[in-house]
Design a protein around this ligand. Sequence first.
Ligand code: NAP
Length: 435
Amino acid sequence: MATLDQKPLRVALAGLGTVGIGAYKILMQNASVLEERTGRQIVVTAISARNQSKDRGVDLAQCAWEDNPVNLASRDDVDVIIEAMGGENDPAYTLVKTALENKKHVVTANKALLAYHGVELAEIAERNNVSLCYEAAVAGGIPIIKMIREGLGANRISGLYGIMNGTCNYILTTMERTGEDFAKVLKDAQELGYAEADPTLDIGGGDSGHKLVLLSALAYGCLPDFKNLSVEGIDHLEAEDIEIAAEFGCRIKLIGQATKLEDGRVLQMVAPSLVPKTSPLAHVDGVLNGIFVQGDFVGSSFVEGRGAGEGPTASAIIADVMEIAKGHCAPVFGVPSGKLEKAPTATAQDWRGEFYVRLVVEDRPGVIADIAPILRDHTISIESLIQRGRSEKEPVNIVIMTHDAKGEDIRAACAGIADLPCVLGKPLLMPVLKI
Ligand SMILES: NC(=O)c1ccc[n+]([C@@H]2O[C@H](COP(=O)([O-])OP(=O)(O)OC[C@H]3O[C@@H](n4cnc5c(N)ncnc54)[C@H](OP(=O)(O)O)[C@@H]3O)[C@@H](O)[C@H]2O)c1
């Protein structure tokens, strides 16, 4: 236990938006709790954002102001930088790099920065014996980083499946509840503030992918590299997919999964997936996040909670600051960065299991007879098939549930099917999870 006569820990805040101000509020409102638990005072000495004169609803008068956030990294009155600006490039990148080089600890909520520059920054942190913490970067208030790195640290992890984007989960849950289509639900979500004006990173799966690479590195010791990922989003889903999935006893969720294959490779993919209603992940609703982890001794563990927003994200940031105040310093990705595995990782092509395939086809006899040989030639066998008419003379949806198949075979079959004159548009393909 640390003693109460230690010097205060001096914190600088780069970014005073949702996350930065949330962190400031906890430091002010819970100052006595934090001091009791860490044995030290934690004080904010300096701040930076774009607009100094903006009213942020809190009194920041006692903090020194820097126009350029990178200057925080060179201040003598700063021990820890909280980077809460966002973006994979500057100024966040130069600020974090300079701070670590100057032997200052860094706490960040910035998954994009770490997904692209994590290894380089981890090496600098290790060389300078300082912490680079990012609990807030994955699943907001859920302590998933500490859970994998410390709590489950004795296990070999075999599977990790997460709902890690609240915007997508809100859209999918609302589509299920209202029966409305994707475009309408997205528009409503934007009006309610649950989706960004430019939602590409969320609905395209990129945001979940940034988080998944960080968890994969922690769980499997593989190099965190966004380029290793297969990423698909939810923008091509229809309300009917959700209805049909329900008939098969499943819900559709955007799942980031990282699993260990028999050949030792780590498969990393983000894709809308069918999840059995019996799985705890199927019941993660609205903006919540949930993560399911399988370890060889612990078995299955599941955590659920708020993955974003001021309070939960700031709670994770300050938990990291408290670890630093207590003098704890864990390797950024669980193992020294030089030991991260550089072996090739597997992608969606290597995923094996049942698939949901939706085809939009002309409503005329002989369509199934055209499709069946292509499936046969790629050794895909059908478990069941549903045909849904819309109205007369309009195209119809055909949904095929396959038996176990390999990703590359079903994708090759879908490419062949897409070329048939009777098939309109690109087939929709989703894995069916058994968790
Ligand atoms: N919001 C969440 O729920 C959440 C959850 C998990 C992780 N995160 C991550 O947390 C980070 C911050 O998110 P946020 O929601 O707090 O963003 P935000 O509300 O948009 O705040 C961003 C802050 O950074 C400042 N900033 C931006 N560019 C800057 C620059 N070039 N120089 C100086 N200051 C700059 C802005 O200054 P002004 O205020 O003066 O414009 C603002 O104060 C991002 O990496 C995000 O991915 C957010």
